[in-house]
Structures are given as structure tokens and as C-alpha cells.
Design a protein around this ligand. Sequence first.
Ligand SMILES: Cc1cc2nc3c(=O)[nH]c(=O)nc-3n(C[C@H](O)[C@H](O)[C@H](O)COP(=O)(O)OP(=O)(O)OC[C@H]3O[C@@H](n4cnc5c(N)ncnc54)[C@H](O)[C@@H]3O)c2cc1C
Length: 297
Amino acid sequence: MFPHSFHYHRASSLAEAAAMLAELGEEAKLLAGGQSLVPLMKLRLARPAHLVDLNFVSDAAYIRAENGGLRLGAMARHADIEESEVAAQIPILHDCAAGIADVQIRNRGTIGGSVAEADPSGDWGAVLMTLPASVRCLGPRGERTVPIEEFFLDAYTSALAPDELVSEIRVKTPAPGSGGAYLAFKRSAPVYASASAAVQLALEGDTCREARIVLGAVGLTPLRAAAAEGELRGKVLEPQAIERAAEAARSVADPQPDMRGSAEYKKALVAALVKRAIGAAAKRARGERVEVSHIYA
Ligand SMILES: Cc1cc2nc3c(=O)[nH]c(=O)nc-3n(C[C@H](O)[C@H](O)[C@H](O)COP(=O)(O)OP(=O)(O)OC[C@H]3O[C@@H](n4cnc5c(N)ncnc54)[C@H](O)[C@@H]3O)c2cc1C
């Protein structure tokens, strides 16, 4: 089906795009990679009267290392992040970018669009929540920084005001002795995860000094599994502790039954994914090079 007709506006800077949003009001939508918005428009589930195109904004797709962290411009494509040596310094970012859908979608879809969409099945939310990360939001009142834990409010609802846009994602590089991994279970490549688990650990010898575990696609927002983290923090990373963490994560998951599986099935997936992600994160924290790939049915 063809989308409903709309007026097209080309922004030459993010500030201009924000000004256009403020002027055109709630009938306007930003166009980034178009990988979520355009299908919705073609199904006529979204009918914006105005599209403000960000694809001609220069210098909005950067990936820079700066002050002990990374700055990712909102228009950085998933494929840019997948191929970036700078982003590879934080392996969980590479796990995420390389596993999103298929290459066509990764070539167009952006980190800014994904975060702004706040799709409960999206991959970036869970991954960013395991890191000290924040979202830079730009609007008519200027720029502000929202910690990632405060950004996702509900399914498809974020802390962005209607006249604000995501300008940048900031991530702090984890301290030495840290490692993270992101794993999802997908029915095939070009579909969203049935369930996913992002884990970031800091080790001191065999003891887990710090743990962050966030679950994806099993709640209305990415879910922090604090009880699971508590099963690891200050403990030796032995199989029983990992098993307890996986069980704790299973009880935090709150999935909806749908075409991807029953709620019980997704909870079982979560437990298995958390266990595997802890294993990979721990190896990385010990300095081992570990390739992580999603599991496809
Ligand atoms: C078949 C298919 C499979 C997919 N599988 C996955 C998957 O497995 N995992 C996954 O994470 N994603 C998946 N996606 C989604 C993909 O990652 C998209 O790239 C992403 O959700 C949206 O990014 P985008 O740049 O395409 O945004 P767009 O589609 O252009 O925009 C999405 C929404 O965000 C708004 N927006 C865009 N940029 C900004 C900004 N800078 N500030 C504020 N608002 C903004 C738009 O107005 C729109 O409302 C899939 C998409 C398709 C079509």
C-alpha cells in the first residue's frame, strides 16, 4: 500500500530539524533510516502530514572516542557501528549492531531512530542500559542529557518531548577487567528477538565486582534484572551462582504471549540467554576474545 500523502522537508542541521518540529507541530515526524517509520506509513498506521528528513544533515553519523567514552551521532547506522573499530572497544555494542535484522536494515537503520522509537523488541535499549549511557536530546529549549535508565518510559514512549529529537548517544567505556555480551533468540535474521539478554560484568580475579543484567523483548521497556545482578555481585562466578542469576532473571521477565511464543517459553529463553551471556561476558572480562552470535531458530 502507498503511504498517505505528506509534505517533505529536508533539514540541513539537527538544530534546523528541531526548529521544524516545533513549527510544524505534532503532525510532523522525523525521518531517519525509515526502517520503522516507512513500513508503518505504508500500512497507514502512521500518517504524518510532514516528514522532516535527517538524512542530509552533515556530521550526525559520527562514532567518536572522547574523554573515556564514545559519542555516537543519532544518524550512525547500525552497519556503521558494526564496522567501527572505535565502537568495537566496547564489544557489547558490536554484538548488538551486528545482530540487528539483516544487512539491508542495518545499512539504513540508525541508533537515534531506534532509541527514539522505544520499541520494546528493539535491541539497543537493553544493551545501552548495561552501560553508563545517556541520550542527548535537542529541542527549542536547548540540549539536555537524559540517563538511559530514565529514557524508556513505556512501550513506544520515551522521555523525549514532542518537539525534541535525539542528537547523540553517549557511552562511558567500562573499566579494565570488565566485559559484556548481548545475546538474542530470533526466529530468523530479519525479525525482532523473541527474547534477549544483555550482561556487563566487572571481575576481580574469579569474583564478580559489578554486574548489570538487562532483558529485552520481555516487557514494555528493557527490564533491569536487579535480583539477578545481586546473585552475582561479590560472589565467585561459579555455575551455581550463574544458575541462580538465570532463575532470578526468569522471574523478572514479563513477556506477552504472541506469534514469537508463549510467555513461559520466553521466560525459559531468558534464563538460557542470561546464562550464556554471563559466560561470554566473563570470558571477555578476563581478556579472552569471544565471538558472540544470536541464536536463530
Ligand atoms: C523487518 C525489520 C526487522 C527489524 N528487526 C530489528 C531487530 O531485530 N532489532 C532492532 O533493534 N530493530 C529492528 N528493526 C528496526 C530497525 O532497527 C530500525 O532501524 C529502527 O527501529 C528505527 O531506526 P530508523 O533510523 O530506521 O528510524 P525511522 O524509522 O526513520 O524512525 C523511527 C521513529 O523514530 C523517530 N526518529 C527517528 N530519528 C529520530 C531522532 N534522531 N530523534 C527523535 N526521533 C527520531 C521517527 O520520527 C519515527 O517515529 C527492524 C526493522 C524491520 C523493518
